[in-house]
Design a protein around this ligand. Structure first.
Ligand SMILES: [Zn+2]
Length: 174
């Protein structure tokens, strides 16, 4: 059984997938990150490959909306990126593959910070969808504050029963 009790980040002996699955965050957020790694969340860039013409990010209106752009690189997320000392440690990657970004984060951050980052990414995605669907004021609400609150409540409610099952059932979700 792999243990993350040492709280160090991803290291050579543990696969990224196993590392992700052992994080103390809700399964739905693990699956969201897992799907993002495979570029299976519907950003405009991903949709464009299936024939839709518009790929410009709905938040900044400038760059193509790749998975990495939508979840981290967008100029509209500058306040999120600068909001936490942990995030200051991360490399600036504006363009590239989300999988490369998240695995490099896992090597730099300690486990708690990584859990926090996953929840932040999930909330970024939620907020983006609210903006796209016109039901959320983009200036309203702090992503980081919400993520802190969510994660501490989750840890509180699940202090005994974290999922330590090996990676397995995730693969069947699509
Ligand atoms: Zn953008």
């Amino acid at each position: 059984m792999v243990s993350l009790a040492s709280s160090s980040g991803l290291s050579g002996s543990v696969s990224w997938w196993k590392f992700l699955w052992l994080l103390r965050i809700p399964s739905k957020i693990k699956i969201f990150v897992w799907r993002a790694c495979w570029q299976w969340i519907p950003t405009l860039d991903n949709i464009a490959r299936r024939g839709v013409m518009t790929v410009v990010c709905p938040i900044c209106g400038v760059k193509p909306e790749s998975t990495l752009h939508a979840l981290w690189g967008c100029s509209g997320l500058a306040d999120v990126r600068s909001s936490s000392a942990a995030f200051q440690k991360l490399p600036w990657i504006a363009d590239g593959i989300f999988m490369d970004f998240i695995t490099s984060c896992a090597r730099i951050l300690v486990v708690r910070e990584m859990e926090f980052l996953c929840v932040v990414l999930w909330r970024i995605r939620w907020k983006r969808n609210q903006v796209v669907h016109g039901v959320f004021n983009r200036c309203e609400g702090s992503i980081v504050g919400w993520a802190y609150d969510f994660l501490f409540k989750f840890w509180d409610a699940n202090s005994k029963g974290f999922e330590l099952a090996p990676l397995g059932p995730v693969g069947s979700s699509s």
